[in-house]
Design a protein around this ligand. Structure first.
Ligand SMILES: [Fe+2]
Ligand SMILES: [Fe+2]
Length: 261
């Protein structure tokens, strides 16, 4: 018996359980529960074919394996000369994110910890190429690993930046961790149009002068990983730094490789 209508986001629904359709397609071992929907929202309740119901634990195991393989791939890529100078930061902050940061949207397929890992890597590479200080690299790392942790949906969700910034602030207080106001501002305004974000940062008396540059680098890194949303989702004319322009092919490469595993 089907319990929910499909939404238009491309998900398949199985009696209240949310299973990303792309995961199922890649893993035929899980059987594929053959309840059928048609776009007109007329549906066939019974189908005369043999069906094998998906076991939730099986799906979770498959997703866990995929996440582990993805992490292995990202570790391997650290040997690439472009990554080597930032590999220690990358590994340190990926591990921190995995162990400590809780993401609200646990079944997201668009704003996952893997997305944040790629954004972290791209931000670190741009920061290194521009010659940012250790403190500035620290700021960008913090923003990358927290920035999408408080999303409530996979769409625009304006306000998730502010929620993530508040989560970061509380996290620092509760865990006796150094709080960085630049990271807070960049995180808070990363989901806003540049005109708003840059204006808010420029008028703030709390942040450093270089916060503007860090904001641009972070938004470029996040923007480069828009390629995961589709081949036309990245508008290169929107990239703010020269270094990001040169990283478009690399961003495509790490995304393709991480999707293959
Ligand atoms: Fe975001
Ligand atoms: Fe993001």
């Amino acid at each position: 018996m089907i319990s929910r209508m499909p939404d238009t986001a491309g998900y398949n629904w199985y009696e209240g359980m949310e299973v990303p359709s792309n995961v199922i397609a890649k893993f035929p071992v899980c059987g594929g529960h053959m309840e059928l929907w048609v776009r007109s929202f007329v549906f066939i309740e019974e189908v005369n074919i043999e069906v094998k119901r998906i076991n939730l634990d099986e799906v979770k195991n498959i997703i866990d394996i995929k996440i582990k393989e993805n992490k292995m791939f990202l570790k391997q890529i650290m040997n690439d000369p472009i990554c080597q100078p930032v590999s220690k930061y990358y590994e340190q902050w990926c591990e921190f994110m995995d162990k400590n940061i809780e993401f609200w949207l646990k079944d997201s397929v668009k704003h996952t910890k893997e997305h944040c890992s790629r954004v972290l890597l791209l931000a670190l590479i741009i920061a290194h190429q521009i010659g940012l200080s250790d403190e500035e690299i620290y700021v960008l790392s913090i923003v990358a690993i927290f920035h999408d942790s408080r999303r409530i949906d996979d769409w625009l969700d304006k306000g998730h930046g502010k929620r993530a910034a508040q989560y970061y602030k509380n996290y620092c207080k509760e865990n006796d961790m150094h709080f960085n106001v630049n990271a807070y501002y960049i995180m808070q305004y990363h989901d806003q149009d540049d005109r708003v974000g840059l204006w808010e940062i420029e008028k703030s008396s709390f942040v450093d002068e270089r916060c503007i540059l860090m904001y641009k680098i972070f938004k470029d890194a996040d923007g480069l990983d828009r390629l995961r949303l589709g081949p036309d989702a990245l508008n290169v004319n929107m990239l703010r730094t020269e270094e990001a322009h040169k990283l478009v092919d690399f961003a495509k490469y790490i995304l393709k490789r991480s999707e293959e595993v």
